[in-house]
Design a protein around this ligand. Structure first.
Ligand SMILES: [Zn+2]
Ligand SMILES: [Zn+2]
Length: 128
């Protein structure tokens, strides 16, 4: 297999792993999953491909405070809920109608707002 083909295969697998989970995985989790199919892949390759996929906007990189970055393949608009007990990150899909106020902020402020963040914290149903 030539280099380009190998790269493509690795990248495809990484993308597939991220698209198929709702867990907002960290790089080392992705590494463990991809390794099952491509045993000789290195963590460095995983990071390189993750960065590439983020740059190409195939996946999103999420940063939460001091913990290492998480990645996700769900490109739809949604927010996150983080459990203070187990640290898990959940998707919250909210009705688009509730975003009116955010559009209003965009319109009425003089700022060219590119994106916004909104995060919810509490206790998940498993930890309750
Ligand atoms: Zn929890
Ligand atoms: Zn998410």
């Amino acid at each position: 297999m030539n280099d380009i083909k190998r790269m493509t295969r690795q990248r495809k697998k990484i993308l597939e792993v991220i698209k198929n989970t709702n867990n907002h995985p960290k790089a080392d989790w992705v590494y463990d999953q991809v390794k099952k199919e491509i045993p000789n892949i290195s963590l460095g390759t995983i990071y390189r491909n993750l960065n590439y996929l983020v740059k190409k906007e195939k996946i999103k990189k999420l940063n939460f405070g001091s913990s290492s970055s998480r990645y996700e393949g769900n490109s739809g608009l949604h927010y996150h809920f983080r459990c203070k007990e187990c640290g898990k990150l959940f998707n919250i899909n909210i009705d688009i109608g509730n975003l009116k106020s955010i559009n209003k902020i965009k319109k009425e402020s003089k700022f060219d707002i590119g994106y916004h963040r909104l995060e919810f914290y509490g206790i998940c149903s498993d930890c309750k």
